[in-house]
Design a binder for this molecule. Structure first.
Ligand code: ADP
Ligand code: SR1
Ligand code: MG
Ligand code: MG
Ligand code: MG
Length: 417
């Protein structure tokens, strides 16, 4: 089944392809003529087909040898599909309720077949733009992050397993380099990829590039991103990588997964929620129309952090006798030692989470890849006003990140921006 040479699918070729993969043909039922196939990819990177047959449905995702949103001029490794499939399977093992099941992976074709997250699932970012409340979101995302991050770290694994897993994830280096470039480097220099709402934000972009204090903080975070093999990250945990209904939350698209600092995933989610917050005034028909919704977004961020910290500690409390080599029970052998260890660890994640969140807010306003939350505000002056608030806030978060003593203080800053 894994002998095909790479060729790019279209709807017709996808049908031919699935006809020849028994597990997929079986799942769909009927014959290829009965299958409805639609390309729905709206991400920056890949092609995604929804396939519906008389018996069942699935999603077929294929990587291309380039970055979709740029085109063939930006070559990109097909190996990302391998790392995505591998991460989806690991995440499904650790947190099955939040991850689509992988049905089939074809390495040479860079194809993943997975569960179709049926309507009313939609991309969280679109729900946030529409002003929809998701009452279970904080509980679910904090659960997903605490389980996947804790159980792939040295807190849960012995040194052999942890080193082996992190060494294998090293091979997703091309994707890590892409993130380095577009998150930590290009936003702070002149680069052809960059764009921003111009001329409105021209002075802001100039100021960003001249802000030495900020750039030194970013360098520190970039080093942490590159050097720290702490846990298996999703690697691209923005609100476009989460699909939701009122009662269900599913995380998709971990093609950037690698062993990195836990705070990068938490920061990505928080950053994109803050961007959603700052975009709301651009979507409010009447002034104040989204005020309650803005409160809900901030409450959700607060809950995400508090629940993540509590659940992560909960996993740890249950695991003091696990094979994890980081804090050996013989050394950390009193309740006080354990409580202090957990507290310091979480404080460290908190400070870095804020730094990564700030980086990710900034890159979405001045770098190559923007967010629909802002881009869909048609009036450029209105959009720039929202973006400027987000940018200003991100800079303060970055510089003050060691001084916040709770998530509430950060939320207060965002609210009063
Ligand atoms: P990319 O890597 O290009 O960003 P994504 O994995 O984010 O691709 O998928 C692009 C889009 O395809 C998503 O925004 C979503 O609308 C749709 N999609 C992806 N996976 C699924 C799935 N399992 N079920 C339903 N829709 C999906
Ligand atoms: C070319 S940069 C594309 C961006 O989209 C992906 O989803 C990642 O966020 C990446 O940085
Ligand atoms: Mg995506
Ligand atoms: Mg992707
Ligand atoms: Mg981001």
């Amino acid at each position: 089944q894994h002998t095909r040479h790479y060729h790019k699918l279209d709807e017709k070729a996808a049908s031919e392809y699935m006809k020849n993969v028994p597990v997929l043909a079986e799942k769909l039922g009927g014959s290829p003529d009965d299958w409805e196939i639609q390309e729905v990819g709206d991400g920056n990177m890949n092609y995604v087909y929804i396939v519906e047959g008389p018996r069942g449905s699935l999603v077929l995702k294929q990587a291309l040898p380039y970055v979709r949103c740029v085109g063939e001029s930006w070559a990109m490794t097909l190996e990302r599909a391998y790392f995505e499939a591998k991460a989806l399977r690991k995440e499904f093992e650790l947190a099955p309720e939040y991850v689509p099941e992988v049905y089939y992976f074809d390495h040479p074709m860079a194809i993943i077949a997975m569960r179709y997250l049926e309507p009313p699932h939609i991309i969280l970012r679109k729900g946030l733009i529409a002003g929809t409340v998701y009452p279970r979101l904080a509980e679910h995302i904090s659960d997903f992050m605490s389980k996947t991050l804790f159980h792939t770290s040295l807190l849960a694994l012995d040194t052999h397993r942890h080193k082996e897993a992190s060494a294998q994830s090293y091979a997703n280096v091309e994707m890590c380099r892409l993130s380095e470039q577009v998150i930590f480097t290009e936003p702070y220099m002149e680069a052809a990829n960059n764009r921003w709402t111009s001329p409105q934000l021209d002075p802001d972009v100039r100021a960003l590039r001249e802000d030495i204090e900020l750039k030194v903080e970013v360098a520190e975070l970039k080093a942490r991103f590159c050097e720290r093999t702490q846990a298996l990250l999703h690697g691209d945990l923005h609100t476009g990588s989460v699909m939701v209904t009122e009662t269900s939350t599913k995380v998709i698209d971990p093609e950037f997964s690698f062993y990195g600092p836990m705070a990068f995933d938490v920061g990505a989610f928080v950053a994109n929620m803050f961007l959603a917050f700052f975009s709301q005034d651009g979507h409010a028909g009447m002034q104040g129309a989204r005020d309650d919704y803005k409160k809900w977004i901030l409450q959700t961020v607060s809950d995400v952090w508090s629940l993540f910290a509590a659940k992560f500690k909960g996993e740890w409390d249950k695991s003091w006798d696990s094979p994890g080599d980081a804090y050996l029970p013989a050394v950390y052998n009193t309740p006080a030692a354990r409580t202090l260890s957990e507290m310091r660890f979480i404080e460290d994640v908190f400070v870095d989470m804020l730094g990564f969140a700030a980086c990710k807010m900034i890159r979405r306003i001045v770098g190559i890849a923007h967010v629909e939350d802002m881009d869909s505000i048609a009036d450029a002056d209105k959009r720039a006003a929202c973006e400027r608030k987000a940018l200003t806030c991100a800079k303060v978060i970055m510089k003050q990140r060691r001084k916040f003593s709770s998530i509430t203080q950060v939320i207060d800053l965002v609210r009063h921006q």
